[in-house]
Design a protein around this ligand. Structure first.
Ligand code: ADP
Length: 504
């Protein structure tokens, strides 16, 4: 009987043991699954610093397999200049401490230095004795790189001379750098959370709506010159570059604005314009007198049949005429720059103006064959003097950039309600690349024969601007080596009354 009970007991004990072992196995399996599935490297080592376990993430992060690392010293991962860290950690472990989120660098199998964040804890046995160390290492290289990048960007933003401001799509300021504070006088605390309208003069508030609608389409606004108001109520000139800020999915979530204070530059320009205006004006008066004297002398000499003196005076007359045109260009340039160019409109006969311009051009370019090919009877409404200047500039360019003896033709063609006026030469022509910039201020073709011809690069700029004021535009059609045609259109009005030139 006794032996039966003993047998029962022994069976029971065995079953309990098996159950307990199963529990331990299950727990171990769960722990292993957690350790193996972790994104972090989980490593354990003994108190001599020898690796005792190494999970798959440790292999992924450091490049060594478990077989290569178990039994090896952990020092294999520690850069030479950081070996002291290991003894320090060991000392803290022996004292029963934990080390949390310790940021340092470790070496991979490839010799790369990576940034890691370590959490290190002592491993104790059932009696509380420290028998080893467990280490959880997280690779934070990308985070560190992003932090460094952001620090660099921040340093750039804070060290630039330009105001760099960001705002959301409701025009509320979200960032404000030191230069923004210097230029506008408000601190970041005063401006973040405020509307950008605080800086925009009331009469320019519609600019913000215009800028927003352009940016919502994903377009940038480049070098937009305008005025803004400082904290002290001073209006300053600024040049703005505004770009959309997009999230990862490409949605526009805000705007960034770079504002450059150009008040000094504007002041310099103003001084230069004033100077050009004064000098041009002062030169005009004596030049007009010189021209009158030359013309008087010409009239007299023509009667005396003195061929040589007549020729000399005719040339002098042509040169003073050229000089007059240049001075007019400078005067108009300074007026344009200051926004002071206005039109003095009247009605006049197109053919009269064209013939006048041709007559003058024949004086300074007797070597070219200049003719008006067609000219419908039309009256034009516009600023006669300025349209004359447009034609003078186009004609004098045709002369300057073509060879003596070649033809320059002016065509006036009626096209429905418009008359198209074209100046065609057989000169050197203009490349497609240069054609894109011809009408910019001070633009001159830099190569070929053109660079040897004197000029300031303002003629075509003025032509374009004067025509713009007339609601028209200048067009060019040109082929290098074959010649150029410059044309523009004006509204056609048939000659319906005799009193042309009557002011309107
Ligand atoms: P400028 O003649 O004083 O240089 P413009 O503004 O009148 O200035 O002309 C700009 C440039 O365009 C000139 O430098 C020249 O190279 C080119 N250009 C203008 N008209 C002609 C033309 N009819 N044929 C060839 N090139 C021309």
């Amino acid at each position: 009987m006794n032996s039966v009970n003993e047998l029962k007991d022994s069976v029971l004990q065995k079953e309990e043991l098996i159950a307990a072992m199963q529990l331990v196995e299950e727990r171990t399996a769960t722990l292993k699954a957690i350790i193996d599935g972790s994104d972090d490297a989980i490593i354990s080592k003994n108190l001599q610093g020898i690796v005792t376990s190494w999970n798959p993430s440790a292999e992924r992060i450091f490049g060594y397999s478990a077989a290569e690392m178990i039994g090896e010293p952990i020092l294999k991962l520690i850069p030479a200049d950081r070996v002291d860290e290991e003894s320090d950690i060991l000392n803290r472990m022996r004292a029963g401490e934990r080390v949390n989120h310790f940021e340092t660098k470790r070496l991979t199998k490839n010799g790369d230095l990576i940034d890691v964040s370590l959490t290190i804890s002592p491993v104790k046995n059932a009696t509380g004795q420290i028998i080893g160390i467990s280490k959880i290492a997280r690779n934070i290289t990308f985070l560190k790189q992003a932090e460094e990048k952001s620090a660099i960007l921040n340093a750039i933003i804070e060290s630039t001379d330009d105001a760099i401001i960001s705002k959301d799509l409701n025009s509320i300021i979200t960032s404000w750098n030191i230069s923004a504070e210097r230029i506008f006088g408000y601190t970041a605390e005063e401006m973040i959370g405020q509307s950008i309208l605080k800086l925009i003069p009331t009469d320019r508030h519609q600019e913000e709506t215009m800028i927003l609608s352009q940016l919502k389409k994903g377009e940038r606004v480049d070098h937009f010159e305008t005025k803004r108001m400082t904290k002290h109520g001073v209006l300053i000139d600024v040049s703005l570059t505004i770009s959309p800020v997009k999230d990862k999915a490409g949605n526009i979530i805000g705007l960034s604005k770079i504002a450059r204070d150009i008040t000094d530059r504007k002041l310099d320009e103003q001084h230069k314009n004033d100077f050009v205006a004064i000098v041009s004006h002062e030169l005009k008066t004596p030049l007009t007198s010189i021209r009158s004297y030359i013309q008087l002398a010409l009239t007299k000499v023509k009667k005396q049949q003195d061929g040589f003196t007549e020729d000399v005076l005719t040339r002098a007359n042509a040169q003073t005429q050229k000089m007059g045109m240049m001075i007019n260009d400078f005067l108009n340039l300074s007026r344009l720059e200051e926004g002071k160019m206005s039109l003095n409109t009247s009605r006049f006969l197109l053919s009269d103006l064209v013939n006048e311009v041709i007559g003058e051009a024949r004086l300074f370019a007797p070597s070219h064959v200049i003719a008006c090919q067609r000219c419908p009877e039309a009256t034009i409404q516009g600023d006669r003097e300025k349209l004359g200047q447009v034609m003078n500039n186009l004609l004098s360019n045709a002369v300057k950039y073509s060879n003596p003896g070649t033809a320059i033709n002016i065509y006036c063609d009626r096209e429905k309600e418009k008359v198209k006026i074209s100046f065609a030469d057989q000169g050197m022509g203009i490349s497609t690349e240069d054609q894109q910039h011809l009408f910019e201020r001070f633009y001159r073709v830099a190569d070929g024969h053109a660079k040897n011809v004197s000029g300031f690069g303002i003629g075509l700029y003025l032509v374009a601007e004067i025509l713009k004021l007339h609601g028209s535009e200048i067009r060019v059609h040109s082929e290098p080596g074959k010649g150029s045609v410059f044309s523009f259109e004006l509204p056609f009005e048939p000659v319906a009354f005799s009193a042309v030139d009557a002011s309107v």
